[in-house]
Design a protein around this ligand. Structure first.
Ligand code: PMP
Length: 420
């Protein structure tokens, strides 16, 4: 099945290019096709030309409940009748804070924000303030937002700024090391006494959805305690997705600070910084974190409704079963078409690409992937009504059912046939 015309999307894109650079409001979208969606419903998207897509991108992760959850959106609409922001506290904040802290289960305090990028900044600043040290350790291939001190790309073991206009010295305060390598981590920490924090994506969803090897996160925890370093989990993708309690629950390791975003609010723009009282209360002692729109009424309503749904009827078993079958189906289709289609990660957030090896443990391991061939496949998939990211990550939601599973595998089969 190939799709119908996208004339209206094309026209809208033409106009958009005159309004915003490249016709997109986030650079990540420059890699995507010229599409204009009209609406999302559950696990499906519909474009302005009437084409339907089965969606495994989920807005880059936030739509864990599927698109347009009626429960969440009704709560937001109802509560927004009170207003949005007052430059002061309002009646939903405690309920949002309580359900949030109760759900993640390990932290004393939370501060709501809008994006993962900014909450990551607050975490890094708090770590410096708490330790009086300057530098950070992080792992090659991770993403912690688009700002100057964190945006980076690593090619052949060399890490450089990720953007034109970003100065190289912005990354001078960070030691980039390979993931899943406790020896290098130990050596780095022994060689430097200026490290304020280790920031880690507990599952490296921004690089092939690489999982921590057994004991790796626990070893990071142990070393942080030994060296007096703040451990920051960047749970922007993993939070509420890999388990209700995120990576903390799934891997049984507790950080000092963690950053959440994406899945916590049913598609609404909310992020959070959570942590121990000792660290977080420094926000009343000179460490600044601010934001006009933080903890708005719609944001709090979305958090309360989303976490309420996830707690009352946890979808994780269903999501995991769906994702596992899908990964299996993708592998089988790769074998049937005799193409080196590979996949790794967790069933709720996994990575697909062409190439070898089947399983990688750090960013350097991804060098053998044929990313451009995979990006081409995603364009063909798009023609066949499948919406996935060119860079390889697939997300599964509570709204994905047997129908989507059958449909996506049929469409992938067709796309691989077309590719041959
Ligand atoms: N951290 C991680 C692990 C992410 O994946 C992202 C976004 N993909 C961010 C931080 C930044 O979040 P946001 O796009 O909401 O600023």
């Amino acid at each position: 099945m190939s799709h119908r015309s996208r004339t209206r999307s094309g026209e809208i894109h033409q106009r958009a290019q005159q309004l915003t650079p490249g016709g997109v409001h986030s650079n990540v979208r420059l890699a995507g096709p010229r599409i204009c969606f009209e609406r999302g419903e559950g696990a499906r998207l519909y474009d302005v030309d009437g084409n339907e897509y089965v969606d495994y991108l989920l807005g880059q992760g936030p739509n864990l409940l599927g698109h347009a959850s009626a429960v969440v959106n009704d709560a937001v609409a109802r509560e927004a009748r009170r207003g949005s922001v007052f430059g002061a506290q309002h009646v939903l904040e405690n309920a949002a804070g309580e359900v949030f802290l109760d759900t993640i289960g390990w932290a004393d305090r939370v501060r709501f924000g809008l994006t993962g990028t900014e909450s990551d900044q607050a975490a890094l600043r708090l770590a410096r303030a708490a330790t009086g040290r300057t530098r950070f350790v992080r792992f090659e291939g991770t993403y912690h937002g688009w700002l100057d001190n964190v945006l980076a790309t690593t090619v052949d073991g060399v890490t450089a700024p990720g953007s034109v206009g970003q100065l190289a010295h912005h990354l001078d305060d960070t030691y980039f090391i390979p993931y899943n390598n406790p020896e290098v981590l130990r050596e780095t920490l022994s060689a430097h006494d200026d490290i304020a924090a280790i920031i880690v994506e507990p599952v490296m969803c921004n690089s092939a959805a690489i999982q921590p090897k057994d004991g790796f996160l626990a070893e990071i925890r142990r070393l942080c305690d030994q060296h007096g370093i703040v451990l920051i989990f960047d749970e922007v993708i993993t939070g509420f997705r890999v388990a209700l309690g995120g990576a903390v629950e799934r891997y049984g390791v507790t950080p000092d600070l963690a950053v959440y975003g994406k899945a916590m609010a049913g598609g609404w723009p909310v992020s959070a910084l959570a942590g121990t009282a000792e660290l977080m209360d420094q926000l009343t002692e000179g460490v600044v974190h601010a934001g006009t729109f933080n903890s708005s009424i719609p944001a709090c309503a979305a958090v309360i409704a989303t976490l309420g749904l996830l707690r009352d009827d946890p979808p994780y078993g269903r999501i995991e079963a769906h994702g596992s079958k899908l990964i299996e189906g993708i592998r089988e289709l790769g074998a049937a078409h005799q193409v080196p289609l590979r996949s790794q990660g967790l069933p709720m957030a996994f990575h697909v690409s062409f190439g070898e090896p089947e399983l990688v443990h750090d960013h350097a391991g991804t060098a053998g992937f044929d990313q451009s061939r995979y990006a081409d496949l995603t364009r063909t998939l798009f023609e066949h009504g499948v919406w996935v990211a060119p860079r390889g990550i697939w997300y599964v939601s509570a709204a994905h059912g047997e129908d989507e599973l059958t449909t996506v595998l049929e469409r992938l089969d067709a796309a691989l046939t077309a590719e041959a």
